[in-house]
Design a protein around this ligand. Sequence first.
Ligand SMILES: Cc1cc2nc3c(=O)[nH]c(=O)nc-3n(C[C@H](O)[C@H](O)[C@H](O)COP(=O)(O)O)c2cc1C
Length: 354
Amino acid sequence: MAMNTPLTKLLGCDYPIIQTAMGWVADARLVAATSNAGGLGFLAGAVMSPEEVEESVLAIKAATDKPFGVNFHMYVNGASDIVDICCKHGVKAVSYSRSPRAALVEKLKAAGIVCIPTVGAAKHAVKAVSLGADAVVVQGGEGGGHTGSVASTILLPQVLDSVDVPVVACGGFKDGRGLAAALAMGASGIAMGTRFLMTQESPVPTNTKECYVGASPDQIVVSKKLDGLPQRMIFNACLKDLEATSQLGMWWLAVKNGLAFANMTQTSLLDMLKSAWKISRTGDISMAQTMMAANAPMMIQEAMVRGHPTQGILPSGQVAGVIKDLPDVATLIHAIVTEAQQSAQHLQQIMQEQ
Ligand SMILES: Cc1cc2nc3c(=O)[nH]c(=O)nc-3n(C[C@H](O)[C@H](O)[C@H](O)COP(=O)(O)O)c2cc1C
């Protein structure tokens, strides 16, 4: 059974369920599996060169004829190449977060691509909509990776009251009860990262996935150590070492990771410095924070790609603490939709009884 919300209409998918982009995790296979199951998957383009984004887009198109999206950073040099790739291959939607660029949003919209940024505060939702966003994903503090401090239950109604585009609830969702609750609050759907990381199709090595299954909610903490911005992750040996590292040590790490990131995304170090300077002038984040931005992707890669969960960072939503299985994506989405329908019926019964 399909579900109809403003989000499914906008994205052309069967269910109002988004698989968010996660660096090193949301690859072509996971995205295609999500879209084939009736949700909408976003490719993690922020840790790819434009060439890799194009290869992955073609791989997704070979695996599904359903709509899907691409996530990328608008402040990096390759951003306009990625926009061109999305336009050329008819990608349905794009997502982005920090420092959106009005010219790129305009170009995407002119090509009919849905722009759906992730925000962590009501004022950012208002700004994103003023720059042309067609919908917003609102991530509460429970969410994985870079995150805010306000819980989804507080933030969602605040954003719903602030903007007049479809709003997608994100941060802490994993099941049909959550989907029904978000819809009841007025959201047009849910977006989930961690729940999709913990699936069969997710490319994360088994030993790293086991750390997620074994984590308890109180082990999933927020730290600013990596790049000065709050990030939610599983507390492990690597984070313990980082917390004890001096500021000088963190700068050395930033230089090492910056060089590796520049090499990976085919950007020169000079261009990275120029982008950092430009972003810091927008006032969104400081120059120091931007310079440290490469720490997160490079240290996440250690755990997510190389399979060394104690030597790398494990970004995670708090919800991993209550997820104990690794289903395939089709089974997961089917279970979420079925449970949401049961929850809605239950709610309807209660209302009638009153
Ligand atoms: C391992 C991991 C990597 C992530 N990488 C990115 C990323 O590259 N770009 C991005 O916009 N968000 C990233 N995020 C945030 C997610 O897209 C999503 O907003 C968040 O996981 C939602 O919260 P949840 O985990 O409670 O569902 C990442 C999250 C995780 C857990």
